[in-house]
Design a protein around this ligand. Sequence first.
Ligand code: ZN
Length: 63
Amino acid sequence: MAAPKRRTSKMKQRSRLAAQAWKAPELGTCRKCGAAVPAHTACPHCGTYTTHRGTEVVVKKVD
Ligand SMILES: [Zn+2]
């Protein structure tokens, strides 16, 4: 069986695990109502989706 020639250094292991670590999704803000919304997602608060060009699409109606 193949065995590693060298033990993985603490720095190598820690930097690998840091790269794998879960990070909270970066939230943008809805251009219409200002709520925190993940990118490429319709706003759950006002139900609109705004493209990067500023085109506004109503996805669902909120009462
Ligand atoms: Zn909104």
